[in-house]
Design a protein around this ligand. Structure first.
Ligand code: 2AM
Length: 179
């Protein structure tokens, strides 16, 4: 199965992201839009594996505390001849540390993760073809500022069910307050 660890988003944060997607749609931007229930923040991508117990073990004792996650800006990655549009989050020291601790635990469990710099992003749409007239600044202000508390990391299974990309949470690792 195809697995990744992610932070699942509050309904309020998802609504803010749907607002940005609505803005893009209203501008006539065509692309493969992320379904509302699939919006998430990936922390680590494990890829194809059947080592479910090892994947769970990695997040059983992270020793990290809950923290606030907030939206910040938008951006895009070039992917071939189209773009992937995303909303960003503040890369706080807590988020950085969580991603790095989790990746370390996964590597200790034998998973080989990509060594790319962590660029936290919430994918809004893939395969976007951007007309020259597109107003990127207006896009940027289409995301309402939103914050949420992160209390768990979720191990997600990714699969196509009758052609529809579907993510299912199969395990939760808790962040525990030491106060
Ligand atoms: P993306 O949205 O930028 O494509 C499930 O595929 C999640 O894992 C997505 O958030 C995806 O990010 C992320 N991911 C990271 N590395 C990946 C890879 N090599 N292949 C597929 N998905 C990857």
């Amino acid at each position: 199965m195809r697995l990744f660890y992610a932070i699942l988003l509050s309904e309020e944060m998802k609504r803010a992201l749907v607002g940005a997607q609505d803005f893009l749609r209203a501008q006539g931007i065509q692309g493969n839009y992320t379904r509302h229930e699939n919006l998430h923040l990936t922390l680590a991508f494990l890829g194809e594996t059947d080592r479910l117990s090892a994947a769970r073990r990695a997040a059983e004792q992270l020793g990290e505390e809950p923290f606030r996650l907030s939206l910040k800006g938008v951006g895009s990655f070039r992917r071939g001849d189209s773009e992937l549009f995303w909303a960003g989050v503040n890369l706080t020291s807590e988020l950085k540390r969580l991603q790095s601790v989790l990746s370390g635990c996964l590597r200790e469990e034998g998973f080989s993760l990509e060594n790319r710099r962590f660029q936290p992003h919430l994918t809004l749409a893939r395969e976007v073809r951007v007309p020259a007239s597109f107003d990127r600044e207006a896009f940027s202000s289409s995301v309402s500022p939103t914050e949420m508390e992160v209390r768990v990391v979720s191990l997600m299974k990714s699969e196509r069910i009758r052609g529809v990309l579907t993510y299912t949470e199969i395990f939760r690792g808790s962040l525990i307050s030491k106060k």
